[in-house]
Design a protein around this ligand. Structure first.
Ligand code: KG4
Ligand code: ZN
Length: 333
């Protein structure tokens, strides 16, 4: 089963060929991220215009790299939601047209579920024998989402908790903006925090009265006030602020993800989304999970960010009659 995946939910234009829902034969991604940096966030108009220009080339590249023709592909998968409307439309319209012209089934895939599925993908040269098993708790932390899911099987994700305001990645991006660090903020704060380890600055952690839901707008505002009140202090250190902010966010993510495992008596945790690339999150979960009887999995770094391989991979699992949204096996007039 060879599936061509297409992902255009945000600033990336990505296409990938995945075999048997597991092996990545190609995964080609281009991003317009640099063009958005001056604005401190994604400008949807710029993202979708660039995707219109890139999508044909990227899809062709993905097929070439996999040494396959469109005719040899069994189905086409596309991110259906969530995402920027204009960007999603580019991918969906392209995928629908391609599926119709090539008379292939089209499978629509949820972007968030794709992020969790990234844990199941392998490159052919990947020698890891350790493969996650379901049931699992999924922690998806990205620029748009911070959610916990109970996953019994890939056709049924049960939402356990989500953020009530900012997503974790959004908080990283906004705090970086407050400190004038650049965009996207996550990787910059991750790097800077390593130089600012301290216990002098403590930012609040939203416990949400015992709920598993998240809230990151409070810590963001606390950073804003801290910077406003202390930026002129002689010993003011952006690195220390970055560390304290990151610790506040990561402590909450780790605690709630492991609590979700305990409450549901599940011992597998699958982490996904851009913030899954964060070194403190990875280190803390790798350190604490075994103590709490949980086995934690992260995708390789490149598969934490938006990519079409996770869409093509999950599509193979979903490819049953109930999920085929378009049987494009008809003649075009
Ligand atoms: O999953 P993704 O590529 O796009 C969405 O679906 O949103 O995630 C992008 C987000 C951005 O907010 C970015 O700042 C954050 O992931 N991010 C990180 C790191 N790398 C990317 N956040 C914290 N630490 C990182 N190393
Ligand atoms: Zn994403």
């Amino acid at each position: 089963m060879k599936i061509l995946g297409i992902e255009t939910s945000c600033d990336e234009t990505s296409a990938s060929v995945v075999a048997d829902g597991k092996y990545i034969l190609s995964n080609q991604t281009l991003t317009s991220l640099k063009e958005h940096a001056a604005y401190g966030g994604i400008i949807p108009e710029i993202a979708s215009r660039r995707q219109i220009e890139l999508i044909y080339v990227i899809v062709q590249e993905a097929l070439d790299k996999a040494k396959m023709t469109l005719g040899e592909i069994d189905a086409i998968a596309v991110t259906s939601s969530p995402g920027l409307l204009g960007s999603l439309l580019v991918g969906i319209s392209f995928a629908k047209a391609l599926a119709k012209a090539a008379r292939k089934p089209l499978i629509e895939v949820d972007h968030i579920q794709g992020h969790v599925y990234a844990n199941f993908l392998r490159y052919e040269q990947d020698t890891r024998s350790d493969y996650p098993a379901l049931p699992a708790i999924g922690l998806v932390v990205s620029g748009g989402h911070s959610s916990l899911y109970k996953i019994n099987d890939f056709k049924k994700f049960e939402l356990l908790a989500q953020t009530r305001d900012d997503a974790a990645g959004e908080a990283f991006d906004k705090v970086a903006r407050i400190m004038g660090l650049g965009y996207p903020g996550g990787p910059i704060i991750d790097r800077l925090a390593k130089e600012g380890v301290n216990d002098e600055i403590i930012f609040p952690q939203a416990k949400m009265n015992g709920s598993l839901d998240f809230s990151f707008s409070g810590v963001k505002t606390a950073v804003l006030y801290h910077v406003q009140n202390h930026a002129k202090d002689t010993n003011f250190s952006k690195a220390k602020v970055a560390y304290a902010f990151q610790k506040s966010v990561i402590d909450v993510l780790v605690e709630k993800a492991l609590r979700a495992c305990a409450q549901n008596k599940i011992d597998t945790l699958l982490v996904g989304g851009g913030v899954a690339a964060n070194s403190m999150l990875r280190n803390e979960l790798i350190k604490i999970s075994p103590i709490r009887g949980v086995k934690v999995y992260f995708p390789p770094m490149v598969l934490c960010l938006d990519n079409a391989a996770m869409i093509a991979g999950l599509a193979a699992v979903l490819m049953s009659k109930s999920r085929l949204t378009r049987q494009c096996n008809f003649v075009i007039n």
